[in-house]
Design a protein. Structure first.
Length: 335
């Protein structure tokens, strides 16, 4: 039974039986993510002291400027997951294509693939704002022992076996789910151990925070414009408070703890939305639903969307259930 201040390692061992696949492979995979997160956290915390802030001068597959820490975090997570020989494939937001892991063991029976956003919100690093890592884990659908294929990664979000994020802020936390609720672990930097600090995390049904980049208001669809005006209207428990950090992990984390909604809709500038379905929306949607919240593209459940490409973008609305449903209502009415 989980208890506060339990270490992440103890928690994984004690709760392994609640996971329907109990081979221990997923537990080792979570442990590897924990290790890589500690390494990246160390670099994030000394970013101002070494030459690791700023842009590399290159762009990633998304057409975004790569930050030095983006590249570092990407390398560390791929290196850790590869060297520990526990996954058969990795897809990263920073890579053009997925990576097939060829085990030295001819009878490679690794069953899991990982999709990862190594450093979400990295443009905030230079100004000392919280950033994070997002990860998503699936069981492969192609035959075990063969090289992974694109179809192993293009699975609906409802097929995820685990998902989570690490937030590198005033304290470093690892928050994850394996389909039995959401738990948060805080790193004690003195001894390098994560302790259970936020057991059974949940969204309140209603919240008082809305998180959206209102600088893009003029480009938003009418339904979102109407919802924002609703949030600002003085009536009942409104107006809501506007809070937007610009780092999905940080905004999501705050809203889960305090109650709120996060919106990144499509716009006249980004007709399909900006956030990536596989690296950002699906893992956050699973966490939201496991925490009694909701995640939608404005009309459909995020976890039911059929992926068609590795770097697919979708509109994204998630958070407290009643707030998301109200936003969906405004979207439908504006159609």
């Amino acid at each position: 039974m989980s208890r506060k201040n339990q270490t992440l390692g103890e928690f994984i061992i004690e709760n392994q039986s609640s996971f329907k696949y109990t081979s221990g492979e997923l537990s080792r995979l979570i442990n590897s993510i924990r290790l890589a997160a500690k390494v990246v956290n160390h670099e994030v915390n000394k970013a101002g002291l070494v030459d690791i802030i700023g842009a590399v001068g290159e762009t990633n597959i998304q057409g975004e400027d790569q930050q030095k820490l983006d590249v570092y975090a990407n390398e560390k997570f791929i290196q850790t997951l590869t060297n520990r020989n526990i996954v058969c494939g990795i897809a990263s937001e920073e890579e053009d294509d997925f990576i097939s892991i060829n085990s030295q063991d001819e009878n490679n029976n690794n069953k899991y693939v990982v999709l990862i956003d190594p450093l979400d919100g990295s443009s905030n690093i230079d100004v000392n704002v919280s950033v994070g890592t997002i990860f998503s884990i699936y069981r492969r659908v192609t035959p075990v022992g063969t090289p992974v294929q694109l179809e192993d990664f293009l699975q609906k979000g409802n097929q995820q076996v685990a998902a989570g994020y690490v937030v590198y802020g005033t304290s470093t936390m690892l928050v994850y789910t394996t389909g039995a609720g959401v738990n948060g672990f805080t790193l004690n930097p003195a001894i390098g151990t994560f302790y259970l600090s936020h057991p059974n995390m949940t969204f309140s049904e209603d919240g008082k925070i809305y998180s959206v980049n209102e600088g893009n208001y003029i480009h938003f669809p009418q339904g979102i414009k109407n919802y924002i005006k609703y949030c600002q209207m003085e009536e009942g428990d409104r107006p809501y408070t506007s809070r937007y950090i610009g780092s999905l992990v940080s905004d999501f984390h705050r809203n889960m703890i305090k109650g709120g909604i996060y919106l990144y809709p499509k716009s006249s500038k980004t007709s399909n939305g900006k956030l990536r379905l596989l690296y950002e929306c699906n893992p956050m949607a699973l966490l939201a639903e496991q925490a009694k919240g909701k995640a939608s593209d404005g009309f459909n459940r995020i976890l039911d969307i059929e992926p068609t490409e590795l770097h697919q973008r979708v509109p994204f609305i998630c958070g407290s259930k009643n707030m998301v449903e109200k936003a969906e209502e405004f979207m439908r009415l504006a159609e």
